[in-house]
Design a protein around this ligand. Structure first.
Ligand SMILES: Cc1ncc(COP(=O)(O)O)c(C=O)c1O
Length: 412
């Protein structure tokens, strides 16, 4: 990766000049406020934005490394974890921690599973068994921790194939995974069946609810159909749930939960005293940790409460259905039967990538997928106001698409 030709300036730059430069550069970035991005940011309204601004500002300079210096942070972190555990129906002795994001929650859960496999079952060459559609964070963890990554193929409904999983989960399996929902097609895997298979081989099971952890519980409360995915399912040992996705916090906020709360200190914690500084203890991958994401998560969860989240879940799902109906009216096809507000759409007779090119030209930042070729959407409440404009642009794109420019599938 070639670096830009940049050196620290000899003299400092005045504040207003800096801001002008940054604003100028930012003008070329994706227009998320205008509802033109689909996964990176989850705008939930100006009232939520104002709370997030204030919470971030209040804790901009603190360091979450040492909870004894900043007890207010330690309390907020514990409350975020406790509220998330209760939301996901964890038993009373469950525990967990906040992490920097979905990837870190997943990496921690995989590391704990690997260490448990060795300590409790003597497994020295562990396998990590994941649906083909699981997030790449699991592959990253498998690479970091030198585990064998095993893919469960998908069935016709694009969920993990249970019969194939039965053949793949064995005595070396350190962890089995299911998504609720997965990123590519928005399907919730058959969590009860997969968790039961894992249990039958003595292996733990992880539900990746990074996307659904703060959405599915509120859909359920709103009376919508939600497949079983949380700690109410026997055999679910750990879960990841991102406050910085449908929890609507600013980035850097996720929760990893362990059904057995003893595993937090017993396996997740890193404790070390063989250096001059005395006992160093940490639950995170990072040492120094930003405090603002903890404050933002705590603030937005308390600001919205169940009522606010249910309202936003209804708005998000209503918008999703309007978009899906509009997509169908353009002669395109939503892939499978997505469980919530994440989905992909393609075409049986048109080049969907060429349609994506024309949507790119109009500033809609749709991710592309392959197997099958598709455009990807992750709907947030703020998309409510762009449905008509989006569908009108999509209709034009379908009518005018020629040959694809060859832009390949890519994640964000
Ligand atoms: C299903 C799922 N799991 C995990 C992640 C990883 O989350 P993060 O990007 O916060 O690390 C994502 C990200 O989109 C996701 O969609």
């Amino acid at each position: 990766m070639k670096l830009p030709d940049a050196a620290l300036p000899e003299k400092g730059t005045p504040h207003d000049e800096l801001l002008a430069t940054m604003r100028e550069r930012k003008a070329a970035d994706a227009d998320w406020r205008g509802g033109k991005t689909w996964s990176l940011i989850y705008p939930a309204g100006e009232d939520v934005d104002a709370v997030l601004h204030d919470a971030n500002n209040l804790y901009l300079f603190e360091n979450a490394l040492n909870p004894f210096r900043f007890p207010s942070l330690a309390d907020m972190e514990k409350e975020v974890v406790a509220m998330t555990a209760r939301l996901l129906n964890a038993p009373p002795d469950a525990s967990g921690s906040m992490t920097s994001g979905g990837t870190e929650s997943i990496v921690q859960a995989v590391r704990v599973a690997r260490d448990r496999a060795k300590a409790e079952r003597g497994i020295t060459h562990p396998k990590l068994v994941i649906p083909f559609s699981a997030h790449p964070a699991f592959a990253k963890a498998a690479k970091y921790f030198e585990m064998e990554l095993v893919h469960i193929p998908l069935d016709d409904s694009l969920r993990a194939d249970v019969a194939k999983a039965d053949e793949l989960i064995d005595d070396r399996t350190a962890l089995v995974v299911g998504s609720a929902p997965n990123y590519p097609h928005g399907m919730v895997d058959p969590i009860p069946e997969l968790a039961a298979l894992a249990s039958s081989r003595g292996a733990p099971f992880h539900t990746d609810a990074c996307v659904g952890g703060f959405l599915l519980p509120f859909m359920e409360r709103a009376g919508m159909d939600v497949p079983p995915f949380d700690f109410r399912v026997d055999g679910v040992s750990t879960m990841s749930a991102d406050v910085h996705k449908y929890g609507f916090a600013t980035k850097g906020a996720s929760v990893v939960l362990h059904r057995n709360g003893d595993h937090v200190l017993g396996y997740q914690a890193f404790l070390y005293e063989d250096w001059p500084g005395g006992l160093y203890g940490s639950l995170a991958l990072a040492g120094a940790r930003p405090a603002a994401p903890i404050a933002a998560a705590w603030a937005v969860m308390n600001f919205l409460g169940v009522e606010g989240y249910v309202r936003l879940a209804k708005q998000t799902l209503g918008t999703t259905r309007a978009l899906q109906a509009g997509i169908a009216s353009c002669g395109l096809r939503v892939i499978g039967e997505p469980a919530a507000s994440v989905f992909a759409f393609g075409s049986d007779d048109k080049d969907i990538m060429a349609i994506g090119d024309l949507m790119d030209d109009r500033g809609w930042h749709l991710d592309r997928q392959h197997g099958p070729d598709a455009l990807h959407m992750m709907v947030s409440p703020a998309h409510e106001r762009i449905v008509d404009e989006f569908i009108s642009d999509l209709r034009d794109a379908v009518a005018n698409a020629g040959a694809s420019r060859g832009v390949e599938a890519r994640y964000s």
